[in-house]
Design a protein around this ligand. Structure first.
Ligand code: COA
Length: 312
């Protein structure tokens, strides 16, 4: 089976740190409410001069440096985002320009809500299967603060800005995937170009119920495809949407919470960027060892969901 090995990771969080108390400048909320309901303590917001693409470029540069590959060996570059600065140029093509990457390979963005990184992984694998180049660059980048309604307290306290990137290589390794969608605009909605309400809005309880049903479903689907058991998985890297969702899933599966990486406290929900940011932190902290098995699962706006089994 041709799977994907992650050779290098990178992340970029904007400098501007916004605490729960800082959010009180915009909405009637409290540190206690946000912490106990979501686990979020801080998030980062872009300042003037920063953009979805600029965060993506920085994360991508780090991932390429750490992978130690020649950019000439890249077969594709995919940006995953729901908050691109412009419809065109895309995040991916800005990365091409700013990092001087080779021109004659595909560069494009995909939007699959908070599951974007999982969709991106599988699309990237498909592209590499058709390519004579071994590597691809995959970047999740978001500036959700720019699509936030700062009067919608049930939504705006949840999200943050950031980018994460991985360089992957197609090689013999375990691999399984699941992707899906169920069209809906009454659970999580993100207004786009020409929209009357160009904001992100979330119905919290509906989203919670969707997540705690869909994440275990994805995990069992991936285990079923690969013939592995829960105990064979070293790390569960879930989309960082809410601490309570991750804790709930761990409990439902009867797995120790320590196997579920969490950084939601620091960054809030960074949509398509959350899983690559988590992978970069885990790599930096030495938590990931070659040969370990990872289950990554994303879910969110669309509604979409997606999961992948990878070997580190
Ligand atoms: N600060 C203080 N109070 C707030 C608030 C805030 N930021 N946001 C909402 N409230 C209030 C509501 O107005 C409501 O008040 P009321 O009872 O007087 O009407 C009360 O808190 C409860 O609101 P509710 O929406 O029922 O809260 P909840 O317990 O469901 O928690 C979430 C809200 C968003 C934390 C929770 O639903 C959740 O985590 N959902 C999943 C979110 C998620 O994962 N999204 C990302 C998917 S990609």
């Amino acid at each position: 089976m041709k799977g994907l090995k992650i050779l290098g990771t990178g992340r970029c969080l904007p400098d501007k740190l916004v605490t729960n108390d800082d959010m009180r400048a915009f909405v009637d909320t409290s540190d206690e409410w946000i912490r106990t309901r979501t686990g979020i303590q801080t998030r980062h917001f872009c300042a003037e001069g920063e953009s979805t693409a600029s965060l993506g470029v920085k994360a991508a540069r780090l991932a390429l440096e750490r992978a130690g590959i020649s950019p000439e060996d890249l077969g594709a570059c995919v940006g995953c985002t729901v908050s691109s600065d412009t419809a065109a140029p895309t995040v991916a093509s800005t990365i091409q320009r700013d990092l001087g990457l080779p021109k004659h390979i595909p560069y494009f963005d995909l939007n699959a809500g908070c599951s974007g990184f999982l969709y991106g992984l599988h699309v990237t694998r498909g592209l590499l299967l058709q390519s004579d180049k071994p590597y691809a660059l995959l970047v999740g980048a978001e500036t959700l603060s720019r699509v936030m309604n700062f009067q919608d307290r049930g939504t705006c306290v949840i999200f943050g800005d950031g980018a994460g990137a991985v360089v992957v290589k197609l090689e013999e390794a375990p691999y399984a995937y699941t992707l899906g969608a169920e069209g809906s605009d009454d659970v999580i909605y993100i207004g786009g170009y020409g929209s009357k309400e160009p904001y992100i809005h979330m119905e919290g309880q509906k989203t919670f119920r969707f997540a705690v049903e869909m994440v275990p479903w994805c995990i069992h689907e991936l285990l079923g495809q690969s013939g592995l058991k829960l105990e064979d998985i070293d790390w569960f890297v879930l989309h960082q949407a809410n601490k309570r969702i991750i804790d709930h899933v761990a409990k439902k599966l009867g797995m120790p919470g320590e196997r579920f990486y969490q950084n939601i406290a620091h960054y809030g929900n960074t949509s398509a960027a959350s899983i690559p940011i988590a992978l970069d932190e885990m790599a930096e902290q030495g938590l990931l060892k070659r040969g370990q098995k990872l289950l990554c699962v994303g879910f969110g706006a669309g509604l979409t969901w997606g999961g992948a089994l990878l070997e580190w």
